[in-house]
Design a binder for this molecule. Sequence first.
Ligand code: ATP
Length: 293
Amino acid sequence: MSPTPEKAARADAARAHAGGRAAAGDPGSARAVAALTVENLEVIYDQVILVLRGLSLEVPAGEIVALLGSNGAGKSTTLKAIAGLLPTEHGEITDGSVRLDGQDITRMDAAARVRRGLALVMEGRRVFVHLTVHENLVAGGYTRGARAGYERVYEFLPVLAGLRSRVAGYLSGGEQQMLAIGRALMSDPRLLLLDEPSLGLAPRLVDEVFGVIQRLNTELGLTALLVEQNARRALAVAHRGYVMEAGRIVLEGAAADLADNPDVKEFYLGLGDAGARRRYRDVKHYKRRKRWL
Ligand code: ATP
């Protein structure tokens, strides 16, 4: 099936946005940019807990797509399903499909997905705390065999170069997040899945992390699916966004349109009518009252 003119134009724009580097179909590029399609995904934990209920989303090549939603909506489960990590948590895809560049990867194991260019930066900066920064990076490159891509990572994240001999467990939260991103980059991904990378970081570090996410896209040409509680910042760096509730997508659109949407403002940006910032408690009550479903 040929793409709609709108989709083709979006993909072209994304490639241009990615600086033309590694553009799909570009004969000079070593690796084509990745596109992800998730269709009608259903996920069940422990054979009884239905968490994703027919979730569909698309991440066009070269774009950053934000996935927003309240606690427990199923955002992390979505990323784990895409990365192939559900079996370790007794989770299972029971319906639907995940495709990377059109190829069905729904039943592929996690390591094979990494080899195809998919990497996940998990929530909570899961670095190897007893290893040094450099050893963490080497471990991240394991699936790529002997390829020592760490010089490229140090170049992209110079802060890590200065910390290469430090034990990861003693790094600050922000430094650990950079290391988690650097470790994911070691597998030379084309599609990066990021689970709440700004969680628990001080505002200055949040700025740094979002700056890095933007550079991943503009300088390295990576496609990214970004799960974030910080909706304002996520929509500022993303091209498009989705809002999910109770295992389904309930809203989607261009990032700028979503940031302007009254419901998104109220739910996720803490802004009421006339742009007045509301207290979190008010928003929380509102959240309970109002559902899209
Ligand atoms: P948060 O923003 O709080 O991280 P989330 O949107 O990422 O939430 P998930 O972590 O995907 O949501 O969880 C979705 C639902 O699935 C929740 O009700 C959660 O309790 C349940 N769940 C998640 N992991 C498991 C698991 N391993 N076994 C059973 N239930 C799980």
